[in-house]
Design a protein around this ligand. Structure first.
Ligand code: ADP
Ligand code: MG
Length: 400
């Protein structure tokens, strides 16, 4: 991936001193009931790019959406709350800017401003060219630093690139380098673990992966649909009977592309879906009519470990079982710990993403050991589906 890196900007633009950079960040931060920032990961992700720009004499205007306002101001969704915590994290003053019409007054090198919620602006989500033009008047260059919104073609995530020299910010660059390393130029053999609730939400992803990978392990509720397609009775389990044909097609495509498919050989069942429920380990052909499959079994985890041993790259999306409800987190945690061990020993490159996947890896205490964990839910999935993301295309040369 030939990325337009932020490091190139000073050379391209004859220095950044006195310039104003518009930086698209993701300040769609989770807030607790008292308004406090519940998780500041995304706030901290913005710091390296802000520092880079300030150190070179640029002023910085940060652009982000927050929540889902309806293209009009909504006081409950103002981004004003970000200024103070950001100033504290940065160790420099941060000003809030409530209007996007024209250059703010008195901006000097090193200033940091947070613009009001971009989704208050009509045309943002439609990527209206006239809004992009108006936003572009605020600055001299555009830095896209929010991979998590790169799948959206908005004025502030893509449209600005039509009007300003555009670069990938340092967080975006790091994310792109890691995902490219895992799927575009991986160290082979490459394996994926795909789990989660349903096949229906991940058909595109499965179709893309079987064409590219050496092996694909399917777990979670979605494995039940594949087992159904193979004529296995899965009792009362979550499964999508109407997608049996699709599952069979995916298995055929895998065979055509020499992608080994790993389906559960054994499963953990229960008659009640609740924490601490009594469980049984069954061969996959042994599920009783009243039972639900809620996790993959120990022999399946063993097969996953063998497959990881034989692979040099692992891509993981989706938990292997209903991990929020112990003991159905057992296999996900075991497999995650094993992957983490291989990572620490430099035996595998492991990249994971997806909202619930990140939660599961955190629960297993191994997120830090993975090579990279993407917190970008939708963008990560669309990238795994092989889609071109508008926010990535604007920061890459040639085909993104
Ligand atoms: P991600 O957010 O990482 O992309 P998904 O949203 O696709 O993952 O799937 C996660 C959900 O799948 C979790 O809520 C988990 O409880 C559920 N799940 C996994 N296995 C099963 C199963 N066997 N039965 C029911 N739900 C399952
Ligand atoms: Mg999810």
């Amino acid at each position: 991936m030939d990325i337009r890196r932020l490091e190139e900007a000073p050379g391209d633009l004859g220095g950044l001193d006195g310039k104003t950079a518009l930086v698209r960040v993701d300040f769609n931060l989770p807030r607790s009931d008292d308004g406090a920032i519940a998780d500041d990961t995304r706030l901290r992700a913005a710091l390296p790019t802000i520092r880079f720009l300030r150190e070179r004499g640029a002023a910085v205007i940060l652009l982000s959406h927050f929540g889902r306002p309806k293209a009009a101001p909504d006081p409950a969704l103002s981004l004003a709350f970000v200024a103070d915590p950001l100033a504290a994290a940065l160790g420099a003053p941060v000003r809030f800017l409530d209007r996007a019409d024209g250059r703010p007054d008195g901006v000097i090198p090193g200033d940091v401003l947070v613009l009001e919620n971009t989704r208050f602006l009509p045309g943002e989500t439609e990527n209206d060219p006239s809004l992009a033009e108006e936003l572009a008047r605020l600055g001299d260059l555009f830095v896209m630093d929010a991979f998590s919104v790169a799948h959206r073609a908005n004025a502030s995530t893509a449209g600005l690139a039509d009007h300003l020299p555009t670069y990938a910010g340092l967080s975006m660059e790091r994310e792109l380098d890691h995902i490219a390393q895992a799927l575009d130029h991986p160290k082979t053999p490459v394996m994926a673990i795909v789990g989660g609730a349903k096949v229906s939400t991940k058909i595109g992803l499965l179709e893309n992966l079987v064409e590219k990978l050496d092996r694909l392990a399917i777990g979670g509720g979605m494995a039940n649909t594949f087992l159904l397609a193979k004529g296995v009775d899965v009792g009362r389990s979550l499964a999508e009977a109407h997608l049996i044909g699709k599952a069979a097609d995916i298995l055929k495509a895998a065979a055509r592309h020499n992608c080994e498919i790993i389906l559960p050989v054994d499963v953990v069942t229960a008659t009640k879906f609740e924490a601490g429920a009594e469980t049984q380990v069954r061969g996959r052909d042994g599920v009783k009519p009243g039972e639900m499959v809620l996790d993959v079994g120990p022999d399946t985890v063993g097969e996953l470990m063998d497959a990881m041993d034989k692979s040099n790259t692992l891509i993981w999306n989706g938990p292997l079982g209903a991990f929020e409800t112990p003991p159905f987190d057992t296999s996900t945690i075991e497999a995650a710990k094993y992957a983490a061990r291989l990572c620490r020993a430099d035996k595998i490159v492991a990249v994971a993403g997806g909202g619930d996947t990140v939660a599961a890896l955190n629960a297993a205490g191994v997120a830090e050991d993975f090579t990279f964990v993407s917190t970008a839910g939708g963008a990560f999935l669309e990238w795994m589906e092989g889609k071109r993301l508008p926010g990535v295309q604007i920061v890459t040369r040639g085909s993104a």
